[in-house]
Design a protein around this ligand. Structure first.
Ligand code: MSP
Length: 653
């Protein structure tokens, strides 16, 4: 009987289909994909899950803005996401959508289990809600500015009847879980989460009744489930948990608990507090690890449509290919830390590591075997000079890669492989095959050198397979490992699936026929690329509304009147302030504004203005300001008057 393979279950977050995915989402999925491919190569029975998180207020609002149903809205975006993953050949085994019946019915079962356990009760929620993050916050957390502590956007007041999950009951086991040291990585996140628990865990609001795009609460049709309860469950519903009649839960038995949930740092809190507490409530095993990765930052901040700095992976794939993009993402950034994304850094990586180091090695080696050995890889020779060192480095690299990959250190795993690549390039310079080729006496040595170069490349082709499988196949093809399968006139080229064990040996290639191909990574003209990428940037889309919505009554409270500035002078005690006398058609008022950087006092006299006249008077550096003039403030910090053509003292509204 064959020995059962060890299982390995890895997941990405399920992404919101509220917009097309960008390079940040791609980064996470590419890491999960590389790990899944690596584990498969090592012989594990891998399950790799990704998907989309399709319910919630944000999606409902976006669909409404577009004038389509939420389902139609998400269907279109999900199709785009699936296309992106197909282009990138993301090797997921399952793609779960939270709007699928297989998920929805199981989430309802999970809710019932928690309810029957006595962990869910009905109460009233009073607090703040961040719709983009789908997060609840307390008064203290949102502060005076009423903004989301996670994303900084305005939050909305929520005041509704709701169901609650007794999260507080699990405070102690959660603390123990986090202190265990294995569950959550990186370490810095553990302390952050423990700090969070130490503030005292409040019971979690798990239903909403102010919108309806969600999974209905099975015991109360007025409510839909809080989107995080729905979303987190995907990791087990996709495996068929809980068992429902007529459908198997074999996958659950086989793959749960997950080995790794890979998530961005902003959602570690949901995965290391709420998710384990839910599992404790339904008495199911906890995932083995939650790994929080850092963000790709642009211009020091998160990507956003309003800044017009969203990086679209499709554009980069079209120009540079899937493997180059994957390589860059995996090589450039350190797992767990934030990293700056710039086109320049990306293009340099592609040129130095891929075109110069790897690309050159492949083309030089294959050309030399063609030229000096009639295209046939010679047998091994006697070790001389740097041979032993090269062999040792190449045949032991797999161990170092394994160690790095055990810790999700993709960048260092690739660096280990590139050490072999660079050493092999250096080996060419040291052995100088073109000199050996000059006369017959160098032939034996030349053959040995060619053999070693090809062996080294073969090992590289195996080691890079999890990260860049096209390139791996292309190298195999060029060094003579492809099989040409012809059926009549049509031929296809097949390259073998790499075997990890083969990266430990150095004698596989004698007698193979090399096949020179195109340069695997052509050199890029960096300046030209930078210009063209810049020209392709999407223009910034600024949302008109950037503040919390207000009622009409709130607006009605503001008394706006027209006036004319009849006198303007500098504030004697403050450089930034100008002191105006404004005629409102009978009453002249003193109003002070912080606009000295934008106007000279004499320019302001005669200006027709709009002012808020029922603002309580304030003392500004010893002078009273009675009202506020309206200005438009541009991005460079310069003010312009909001002008009017009306007479003084006319109501504005
Ligand atoms: N739907 C939730 C997750 C539910 S999981 C049960 C969600 N979706 S999301 O679309 O906002 O995706 C968030 C994830 O995308 C992050 O956790 C991270 O993995 C990835 N990233 C999104 N922007 C990113 C960067 N700028 N940089 C790196 N990763 C980023 O949250």
């Amino acid at each position: 009987m064959s020995e059962e393979k060890k299982t390995f279950y890895i997941t990405t977050p399920i992404y919101y289909p509220s917009d097309n995915l960008h390079i940040g989402h791609t980064y996470c999925t590419v890491m999960a994909d590389a790990m899944a491919r690596f584990k498969r190569l090592q012989g594990f029975d891998v399950r790799f899950l990704t998907g989309t998180d399709e319910h919630g207020q944000k999606i409902q609002e976006k669909a409404k803005d577009k004038g389509v149903t939420p389902q139609a809205y998400v269907d279109e975006i999900v199709a785009g996401i699936k296309k992106l993953w197909a282009t990138m050949e993301i090797s997921y085994d399952d793609f779960i959508r939270t709007t699928e019946p297989r998920h929805m019915k199981r989430v309802q079962e999970i809710f019932m289990k928690m309810y029957q356990k006595g962990d869910i009760y009905k109460g009233a929620y009073e607090g703040w809600y961040c719709t983009p993050c789908e997060s609840f916050w307390t008064e203290t957390q949102v502060g005076e500015g009423h903004v989301c502590p996670d994303c900084g956007r305005p939050v909305q007041k929520a005041n509704e009847e709701a169901y609650f999950f007794k999260l507080s009951k699990y405070e102690e086991p959660l603390r123990k879980l986090l202190k265990g040291g294995e569950f959550l990585q990186p370490e810095s996140r553990v302390n952050e989460m423990l700090g969070f628990i130490d503030q005292g865990l409040e019971d979690l609001c798990i239903s909403r009744s102010s919108f309806d795009w969600g999974i209905p609460v099975p015991i109360d049709e007025k409510h839909v489930m809080y989107v995080w309860l729905d979303a987190l469950s995907n990791y087990i519903t996709a495996l068929g948990y809980p068992e429902v009649e007529g459908e198997s839960s074999e996958l659950y038995k086989k793959y749960w608990p997950a080995d790794y949930h890979l998530v961005g740092k902003e959602i570690v809190r949901f995965h290391s507090i709420i998710w384990p507490a839910m599992l404790m409530s339904i008495e199911e095993p906890l995932p083995k690890h939650v790994l929080g990765h850092g963000w790709l930052l642009i211009d020091g901040g998160k990507m956003s449509k309003s800044k017009g700095n969203i990086v679209d992976p499709v554009v980069l794939i079209d120009r540079y290919g899937v493997d180059a993009l994957k390589y860059f993402l995996l090589r450039e950034y350190t797992f767990g830390q934030d990293g700056a994304f710039t086109n320049e850094v990306m293009l340099n990586r592609m040129n130095y590591d891929l075109a110069n180091d790897l690309g050159n090695l492949v083309s030089r080696t294959v050309s030399m075997v063609e030229k000096y050995c009639a295209g046939i890889v010679p047998a091994a020779g006697v070790d001389e000079g740097p041979d032993a060192e090269l062999k040792e480095l190449a045949t032991t690299c797999y161990e170092r890669v394994e160690k790095r990959m055990d810790k999700f250190e993709f960048n260092l795993a690739l660096e280990e492989i590139w050490t072999v690549i660079r050493r092999t390039n250096k080996y060419i310079d040291e052995t100088a095959p073109w000199v050996l080729a000059k006369d017959e006496s160098g032939k034996a040595r030349l053959d040995a050198v060619m053999h070693n170069l090809i062996e080294s490349l073969r090992i590289v082709s195996i080691l890079i397979f999890p990260f860049m499988h096209h390139t791996s196949a292309e190298i195999m093809k060029q060094i003579g490992l492809a099989e040409h399968v012809c059926d009549g006139a049509a031929c296809t080229i097949k390259t073998p699936t790499p075997v990890w064990e083969d990266a430990k040996v150095f004698d596989k290639m004698a007698g193979q026929k090399v096949e020179k191909g195109e340069a695997i990574f052509p050199r890029l003209d960096i300046n030209k690329e930078l210009e063209e990428l810049e020209a392709m940037k999407a223009p910034a889309v600024k949302p008109v509304c950037t503040k919390e919505l207000i009622e009409f009554d709130d607006f009605e409270k503001i008394d706006l009147k027209t006036g004319t500035i009849i006198k303007a002078e500098k504030h004697p005690k403050a450089d930034k302030l100008l002191v105006f006398q404004v005629d409102f058609g009978g009453e002249v008022r003193q109003i002070i504004s912080g606009v000295a950087g934008s106007f000279k006092p004499e320019e302001c006299v005669g200006q027709h203005v709009v002012a808020v006249v029922n603002l309580k008077p304030r003392m500004l550096r010893g002078l009273e300001s009675n009202g506020m003039l309206l200005y438009a403030c541009s991005e460079d910090g310069k003010f312009k008057f909001v002008e009017t053509k009306a007479d003084n003292g006319v109501e504005v509204g």
